[in-house]
Design a protein around this ligand. Structure first.
Ligand code: BJW
Ligand code: ZN
Length: 245
């Protein structure tokens, strides 16, 4: 794989890197993406039937079971070379923060130590009514009930129409002021407000490196567009930028 000397120098000179990721980063682990036509989860299910508070209230059993099915699938997967290369960046650069839209926890499992989860984490649950964290380990009901108020327990993810966790969002947004390089990897960049982060980074004058096998609207704002799979491009890029690293 060939990278321009300009890109390699930009990486070597970087002190603070933000790595913004989407479902494409976990695709090579076997986690289906959301919008890829062939394998996307929502090729079979309509997003608005499953990932909204209204959908949960309308059919809580179906939505809970859909998340259980996905958890089952995610339990069996491992971090792939893209997650591992992103984690390894921490040994090469002073400060690396991963800002992910993914809910699978694979960045942390790969060894990344500073991960901001914008859309929550599928391994957590909380009460739809009182919003307290919920332990569902031995609940006979579907969905499980809250031990405090009896409300329905839901997965700890962010659905359409819901605000992103305030602390996660403001930390990610504030980082845009201080990072030297912004990676945008494996996201269709269709879901707001997350998709505004690369745009804001570029407005701040930060170089954006886009890695995706397909074009996205963010190709326009990216300084470097690397067309390919994250699990192939990221390890090759690290090897080229830090050959002795
Ligand atoms: C590879 C690869 C390989 C494949 N290597 N790459 C402004 C304009 C218009 C609409 C809105 C707006 N602001 C807000 C909205 C509404 C809405 C929205 O964005 N709608 C759009 C769809 C139109 N946003 C919201 O509702 C958000 N909330 C909000 O704004 O609240 C406001 C508010 C404020 C105050 C009070 C109340 C409300 C919330 C969004 C939540 C998104 N949730 C989901 C589900 C999470 C739980 C779950 O997992 O079930 O998050 S939706 C889904 O999309 C999931 C993802 O994190 C997210 C992004 O998807 P991603 O990661 O980009 O995946 P894909 O599949 O789209 O793309 C995969 C990419 O990988 C592709 O490009 C492939 O080519 C690539 N790829 N293989 C590298 N090997
Ligand atoms: Zn409750």
């Amino acid at each position: 794989m060939n990278f321009t000397s300009d890109l390699l120098a930009t990486l070597r000179n970087a002190r603070r890197i933000l790595v913004f990721t989407g479902a494409g980063v976990s695709a090579e682990s076997g986690v289906p993406t959301f919008r890829d036509a062939q394998t996307g989860l929502w090729a079979k299910h309509r997003a608005e039937d499953l990932a909204t508070p209204d959908a949960f209230l309308r059919d809580p059993v179906m939505v809970w079971n859909w998340y259980e099915w996905r958890r089952e699938l995610m339990r069996k997967v491992e971090p792939n070379p893209a997650h591992l290369a992103i984690a390894r960046l921490e040994q090469l650069v002073e400060r690396v923060t991963v800002v992910t839209q993914n809910v699978d926890g694979l960045h942390a499992r790969a060894g990344s130590t500073d991960v901001i989860e914008l859309h929550g984490n599928v391994w957590t649950n909380f009460c739809f009514d009182c919003r307290r964290p919920a332990d569902v380990s031995d609940s006979p009901q579907v969905p499980p009930r809250c031990s405090h108020c009896g409300g329905m327990v839901r997965p700890g993810v962010v659905w359409f129409g819901e605000a992103l966790p305030a602390a996660a969002w403001s930390r990610a947004y504030d980082l845009l002021q201080s990072v030297d390089v912004f990676f945008c990897i494996g996201t269709s960049s269709l879901v707001e407000p997350a998709a505004s982060l690369p745009r804001e980074a570029r407005l701040n004058g930060c170089p954006v490196i886009q890695i995706n096998p397909e074009p996205t609207s963010h190709d326009e704002i990216a300084q470097y567009v690397l067309r390919g799979k994250a699990g192939e491009v990221m390890p090759a890029l690290l090897a080229a930028a830090w050959p002795t690293g």
